[in-house]
Design a binder for this molecule. Structure first.
Ligand SMILES: [Fe+2]
Ligand SMILES: [Fe+2]
Length: 137
């Protein structure tokens, strides 16, 4: 295992265990992807890792949005919009890679890592207190 691109630490915690676990899994998937690129694995296998990450990201976003709806989270719409924009961006990357217009690179990994980290630390953290008050854990 090559050095991880991003490591989990408390600064990434949203203080909701079930959601932290999902974020940890996403981070592990980004590290696997980075690993694949660093080892110069074929485009095919690295593309598969992107697809897996995208699928799990959809599962995670759906879960977050379900909780938001359940507890009437006030920032639901804007938060959901950010999720949708990210998925659209990943689908765009995927399409470009498949058609040969884009080569899988470290730049893509960095984009995914930075987006996820920023989203967790800035956007997801905003629901921490609200979710906790509503008894989500
Ligand atoms: Fe999240
Ligand atoms: Fe989110």
């Amino acid at each position: 295992m090559i050095m991880a691109l991003i490591n989990w630490d408390d600064s990434l915690s949203v203080k909701i265990n079930s959601i932290d676990d999902q974020h940890k899994k996403l981070i592990a998937m980004i590290n696997d992807f980075y690993d694949g690129i660093s080892k110069r694995s074929g485009q095919e296998s690295v593309l598969k890792l992107i697809l897996e990450m995208k699928n799990y990201t959809v599962v995670h976003f759906t879960n977050e949005e379900k909780i938001m709806r359940q507890v009437n989270y006030p920032d639901f719409d804007s938060h959901k919009k950010l999720h949708e924009n990210f998925i659209a961006k990943v689908v765009e990357l995927e399409t470009k890679i498949k058609s040969g217009k884009l080569v899988i690179s470290l730049e893509i990994t960095t984009f995914l890592k930075d987006w996820l980290k920023n989203h967790i630390m800035v956007i997801d953290k905003k629901y921490s207190d609200y979710f906790m008050r509503k008894g989500i854990n």
